[in-house]
Design a protein around this ligand. Structure first.
Ligand code: ATP
Ligand code: MG
Length: 435
């Protein structure tokens, strides 16, 4: 992309209600803008990041033999009445009426609809297991939509549902999805933990959450410094008062607290804050039984499907990457999530030598499949640099005055270090940094 043609409305000021770095920087960097309470538009940069995350999620799920579908976002209320969830979901579920006074729901999740899709179409154990997912809009009329993309009312979720002929097979899939989710979050470049979790409103036995560790996280976790162990305090503390008191503490306050118990591996335990970006549940027959979704087993007996469900907060991940990767000047995207991995900044666009090197590098990098921005805008150098910091390109090639001596600079956003490189070798240098 050329900066001179790009729609990236960066701003000096953050929205007055923004407290989280991701909320401030995603709005200031021209990634998203707020349409209403908990409603966000994705502008070009935000859309690219969202699609990159979506593509990684899809690739890993497809590798694990999950199949993508797309369910209608508006669902008839009857579905929710049959499962008994119409009441349980309460006000979080937004209900609407059409011109014939029929009642509908904006999907907050899709267990019922997915069960209906499979019911009577999959009738034999021979057709199992089956894992269907979608990456689709959800609506939850959250009591307090805030923190930007972190807790929207309308948001993008990957929701998957698996169907099995036995509990053992369902548990096998649950474990496979845990491994698949780990691959996804690792590829995104995130520092995360898998924790035993409270299963909340969706219910069922056996549930794990995936948390991105970040000081601003809403959940309070206990994690081991030596091994992978982590738990949500909601599952390991018994008294409600104790849990509430711990939840109310800030990250800094939590660091002062000592945990007397040790991890089973012998390692020390610490409190951390986490952002829930994924959740996997073993459902059993919680939905298949009331919705009468049955199959015939090897002995010709009719049984309800054993099920599990798997969620990822795709739009929340856009914010989670930034909560974990930012500084006072703006975003620091990971290589996998950056809208453009390399920014070529031509300091003086009237200088033909600078401009032609910029154009040449732009073409070469694009041809090598690198997502690259050519900053050919008319702005001053200082302005361009501030903008690049705010947007958070992992690398910026600065083509400036030094080109007279055959040199350019490679600036790394995370370390803020600048490397002087011979203009003739800068392409190779960038390819090396990205490999
Ligand atoms: P939370 O406790 O944060 O409200 P949840 O337990 O209600 O989450 P799930 O029903 O498990 O969420 O949904 C799956 C995933 O969708 C969550 O792990 C989270 O990443 C994401 N998610 C849930 N609610 C929102 C929201 N309001 N905005 C953005 N993402 C969300
Ligand atoms: Mg919720």
């Amino acid at each position: 992309m050329r900066r001179s043609r790009a729609f990236i409305p960066t701003a000096k000021e953050a929205p007055s209600d923004a407290t989280l770095p991701s909320h401030k920087f995603l709005v200031r960097g021209g990634f998203i803008n707020q349409q209403g309470a908990g409603l966000y538009n994705f502008m070009p940069l935000g859309k690219i990041v969202l699609e990159k995350i979506r593509a990684i999620v899809k690739e890993e799920l497809d590798n694990a033999l999950c199949q993508e579908v797309q369910l209608s976002f508006v669902t008839p209320i009857g579905l929710w009445e049959r499962s008994g969830r119409s009441e349980a979901m309460g006000k979080e579920m937004l209900r609407i009426r059409d011109r014939h006074e029929n009642e509908f729901v904006l999907s907050p999740t899709n267990e019922e609809a997915m069960v209906e899709l499979v019911k009577n179409r999959v009738t034999s154990y021979k057709d199992l297991p089956l894992n269907l997912y979608q990456i689709n809009t959800k609506f939850r009329d959250e009591a307090r939509p805030r923190y930007g993309l972190m807790r929207g009312r309308e948001f993008l979720m990957k929701d998957g549902y698996s169907f099995h002929s036995s509990v053992e097979d369902m548990v096998r899939e649950f474990n496979l999805m845990e491994e698949t989710y780990k691959k996804i979050f690792t590829r995104l470049g995130l520092d995360f933990r898998v924790v035993a979790a409270d299963s909340g409103a969706i219910g069922g036995e056996g549930s794990k959450e995936f948390h991105v560790l970040a000081n601003s996280g809403e959940d309070t976790l206990v994690v081991c410094e030596a091994c992978e162990y982590g738990a949500n305090i909601e599952t390991i503390y018994e008294s409600e008062e104790e849990i509430d008191a711990l939840k109310a503490k800030s990250y800094d306050e939590l660091q002062e607290l000592k945990i007397d118990k040790k991890c089973s591996c012998g390692g020390a335990l610490h409190f951390k804050k986490g952002i829930e970006v994924g959740h996997i549940f073993q459902l059993g027959t919680k939905y298949s039984a009331p919705l009468e979704a049955y199959f015939n087993d090897e002995n010709g007996r009719t049984k309800p499907f054993e099920m599990a469900t798997f969620g990822i907060g795709v739009s929340r991940l856009v914010a989670a990457v930034i909560e974990q990767n930012h500084d006072e000047d703006g975003c620091i995207w990971t290589k996998a999530t950056a809208p453009y991995v390399v920014n070529i900044m031509v300091s003086n666009i009237k200088d033909t030598a600078q401009m032609s090197l910029g154009e040449e590098l732009y073409k070469r990098l694009e041809n090598s499949g690198i997502d690259v921005m050519l900053d050919d805008s008319k702005e001053r150098f200082g302005f361009k640099m501030k903008d690049a910091e705010l947007i958070g390109f992992p690398y910026t090639i600065i083509i400036g005055k030094e080109l007279e001596n055959g040199m350019v600079q490679v600036y790394e956003r995370r370390t803020k270090e600048t490397l002087s490189v011979d203009a003739k070798t800068v392409y190779a240098k960038i390819m090396e940094l990205l490999s």
